[in-house]
Design a protein around this ligand. Structure first.
Ligand code: AKB
Length: 315
């Protein structure tokens, strides 16, 4: 049986769809702090607060879990506003999951982030092994989580695998509290109102990925041979990089009346401390990582899907 924590979040909704499609109905237990009002087909719902070790252990036993996708976490912008919450959920959460997984013999996937990098990291084509001195609490929790993963893998032979996600663009569920959220918000506002007031500068360039590729990366990494996995902290991963101005121009090509203004807020400093582009050659070499969507394909697909359901948070 498969467990997803934080399953109502941006990645969880799409990953659960893919896992149910791959393994069939009744094999995926989706958990979060509460059970949603609208239930989706094929999943088993339960409640889990990952900051409580006893709850984690109980749930693993109750559902006979063998693989955990541990997605519960606080993102960067929320983490800057609530650093204690970010530490508790992100660090104590991953520690509980890793320890409980070891006791129950589970495999684990856990997402790290480009937020492990900071102002002292090379910003272009950022290498796999480089300086990880983040300026945010979120980044500090992700560096700590990566080191915990490596500790459990090397000292206890735990099969834990991880990727450093860039910004993820999706339409099924909106992201919540991230610095890269502008890339999703721009689509939603373009379709809803024809205008977006962007919270980063026009020239802010960040590494990004479309959700189908993010889901594919998780599934491919977990399916790879154990011997080939040479990174036990977390793999660099990317699909493409673009600036806010370039995304606005790409949307405008398809929606000529769309306009975008720029009013940077506190998230600008976070964005400025993260890489503009990522070198993910280790993931390409070790488990044949290759994204399917480029920028133009992603923009076409996003606009088509957002136009069908322009209010995802209200579904
Ligand atoms: C965020 O912006 O906080 C996340 C991330 C890059 O980890 N999307």
């Amino acid at each position: 049986m498969i467990l997803i924590t934080g399953a109502q979040g941006q990645i969880g909704i799409d990953l659960a769809d893919a896992l149910v499609a791959k393994y069939g109905d009744g094999k995926v237990v989706v958990t979060d702090l509460r059970i949603p009002e609208v239930l989706r087909k094929g999943r088993i719902y339960d409640v889990l607060d990952v900051t409580y070790m006893e709850s984690v252990k109980k749930l693993l036993n109750a559902h006979d879990i063998d693989t955990i996708f541990h997605l519960a976490g606080i993102l960067s912008a929320t983490g800057e506003r609530h650093p204690e919450l970010a530490w508790n959920v992100n660090v104590n959460g991953v520690r509980n999951i890793l320890e409980a997984a070891q006791l129950s013999g589970c495999r684990v996937f856990w997402p790290s982030s480009i937020a492990v990098f900071g102002p002292t990291t090379p910003r272009h084509n950022t290498p796999q092994e480089t300086v990880t001195e983040p300026g945010t609490m979120y980044g500090a929790t992700k560096v700590t989580g990566e080191l915990l993963c490596k500790f459990h893998a090397t000292h206890h032979n735990l099969d834990v695998r991880s990727v450093r996600f860039p910004g993820i663009i999706s339409h099924a569920a909106p992201p919540g509290g991230g610095t890269t959220d502008w890339a999703v918000d721009m689509f939603l506002q373009a379709v809803r109102t024809g205008h977006y007031n962007c919270f980063v500068r026009e020239d802010t360039r960040m590494p990004m990925m479309y959700m189908p590729d993010a889901v594919k990366s998780v599934i491919d990494l977990m399916a790879a041979d154990n011997e080939g996995i040479s990174v036990r902290t977390s793999y660099n991963l990317t699909a493409f990089s673009f600036s806010a101005g370039e995304l606005a121009a790409s949307i405008k090509k398809r929606m000529p009346d769309f306009t975008c203004s720029y009013k940077p807020d506190f998230r600008q400093d976070i964005a400025d401390s993260w890489p503009e582009s990522i070198n993910d050659s280790r993931a390409r070499r070790d488990w044949n990582w290759e994204p399917q969507f480029d920028l133009e394909m992603m923009v076409d697909d996003m606009l088509e899907n957002v136009a069908k359901k322009p209010f995802p948070s209200e579904l």
